[in-house]
Design a protein around this ligand. Structure first.
Ligand SMILES: [Zn+2]
Length: 365
C-alpha cells in the first residue's frame, strides 16, 4: 500500500484567489485612502496601515522586523492549508507561501498601467503623428502598432485601441491596458520602447526619458526571466533584480512628473507594492553568501496554468453535456498525441525512439 503525505509548498494565483484560500484580511481590498482605517494592503508586511502608510515607496520604508509581523498575522482565522499542511509555526514563512505572481503583478498590473499610460502619453505629447480626437488617434496608433508587430514578428491579439479598452472614458481617468491577453501587454511595451527611444533621439525630456527607461527595464526584466532556467545563478539574479529596481524607480519618476503636469497617468496600484517584494526578494537572494542560485520567480506565475485550463475549457464546449468530463479528457488526450513528435508513425515498443525531437546530444568524449 502506498501512503501519501500531502504538504503545502506554496500557492500561486491572482490576488483575489490568494485572499480567498489564505483567509487573508490584509489585501488590495484594503487600499483605502485613509490608512487609519485600513488593516493593511499586503499579507507579507504591514504596508498600508497607519504606521506604514507609504506603501508605494520602492525603497521599502514600509518594511518592518519579523518581530512586529509575527504578532499580527494577515488572517483572523488561519487557513487549513497552513494549519494542517505546514509543519513550521513561523508566521512569516507561512505568509510567504502565498506568493505574488509575476503574470498578474506585471502583465495584468504594473506593466498594463505603464502600457496604457504610455499609449495615451503619445497623444498628450503629439508623438503619434495623427490628428483628430482621442478615439481617432487611438485607432491610428493601433494601426501603427499592428504594422510594427507584423514587421518584428510580435504577436498581437487586440483588434483595436479604444477608450473602453484603455479604461479612459475621460481625460481625468488613469488609462490602463485593459485588453484580455496578457501577451498584448508585452507587445505594446515593446512597441512603446521603440517609439519612445525614437523620440528621445530627436528631443530629450525627463518625462520621455523616464517612460522609456521604465519600458526598457520592464521588457528586459521579462526577457531575462523567460530565457532563464528554473534555477538562476546569482550573477543573472543580480541583473534581473537591477532591471526590476530600474522599473520601480523610473515608473515612480514618470508618475511624479505626470502629477506635476496635472495629468492622471501612471497610476500607483497595490500591485506596484507586490512587485517591490518580488524585486527585494531577488536582491536579497543575489546578495546572500549562503545561496548560489535563486528560483526563477516565473515558477510562481500561473500564466501557463491559466492557458492549460483555457484549452481544456475550450474543448469542453464541444462535448455532450451528459458526458462532458469523459469526452473532454479523451479530446485532450487526442490533442496531446497529435502534438507529440512523430505522431502517426509506428514506434518499436522496446527500443530507443526512432527519431529524437530536436538536435542530437553530443557524445561524451
Ligand atoms: Zn508588503
Amino acid at each position: 500500500m502506498v501512503r501519501l503525505y500531502p504538504t503545502f509548498v506554496f500557492a500561486k494565483g491572482d490576488w483575489p484567489w490568494l485572499k480567498k484560500v489564505g483567509f487573508l484580511v490584509r489585501s488590495h481590498h484594503q487600499s483605502i485612502a485613509a490608512p487609519q482605517r485600513s488593516k493593511g494592503l499586503c499579507h507579507l508586511c504591514l504596508a498600508g496601515t497607519a504606521q506604514y502608510a507609504d506603501w508605494s515607496n520602492p525603497d521599502g520604508s514600509w518594511k518592518c522586523d519579523d518581530s512586529l509581523l509575527r504578532p499580527t498575522p494577515p488572517w483572523s482565522r488561519e487557513s487549513p492549508l497552513t494549519t494542517r499542511l505546514c509543519k513550521s509555526d513561523d508566521i512569516c514563512g507561512k505568509t510567504w507561501r502565498y506568493r505574488p505572481d509575476i503574470f498578474h503583478t506585471l502583465h495584468k498590473g504594473v506593466l498594463a498601467e505603464l502600457a496604457g499610460s504610455g499609449l495615451v502619453v503619445l497623444t498628450d505629447l503629439n508623438l503619434d503623428g495623427c490628428g483628430g480626437d482621442i478615439p481617432v488617434r487611438l485607432h491610428q496608433i493601433h494601426v501603427q502598432l499592428k504594422t510594427w508587430c507584423s514587421h518584428n514578428k510580435v504577436q498581437l491579439h487586440v483588434n483595436d485601441l479604444t477608450r473602453t479598452i484603455l479604461h479612459f472614458d475621460a481625460d481625468s481617468d488613469f488609462p490602463t491596458g485593459g485588453w484580455f491577453k496578457g501577451a498584448d501587454t508585452t507587445a505594446v511595451c515593446k512597441y512603446l520602447e521603440h517609439k519612445f527611444h525614437q523620440t528621445l533621439e530627436s528631443e530629450h525630456s525627463d518625462y520621455v526619458e523616464s517612460i522609456y527607461m521604465a519600458l526598457s527595464a520592464g521588457n528586459n526584466f521579462l526577457r531575462l526571466l523567460y530565457s532563464a532556467d528554473l534555477f538562476m545563478p546569482q550573477s543573472l539574479t543580480q541583473r534581473v533584480a537591477a532591471c526590476g529596481r530600474q522599473l520601480l524607480s523610473q515608473y515612480l519618476r514618470a508618475a511624479s512628473i505626470a502629477h506635476s503636469l496635472s495629468k492622471t497617468r501612471f497610476k500607483l496600484i497595490p500591485k506596484f507594492h507586490l512587485f517591490c517584494h518580488i524585486v527585494m526578494n531577488l536582491e536579497a537572494t543575489s546578495d546572500s553568501k549562503n545561496r548560489s542560485f535563486c528560483i526563477n520567480p516565473l515558477a510562481f506565475s500561473c500564466q501557463l496554468d491559466e492557458d492549460l485550463v483555457g484549452r481544456a475549457s475550450g474543448m469542453s464546449r464541444t462535448c455532450s453535456i451528459r458526458r462532458v468530463h469523459e469526452q473532454t479528457i479523451r479530446k485532450y488526450l487526442v490533442a496531446v498525441r497529435l502534438n507529440l513528435p512523430n505522431h502517426g508513425q509506428k514506434r518499436p515498443l522496446s527500443s530507443e525512439p526512432a527519431e529524437r525531437h530536436g538536435p542530437k546530444p553530443k557524445r561524451p568524449r
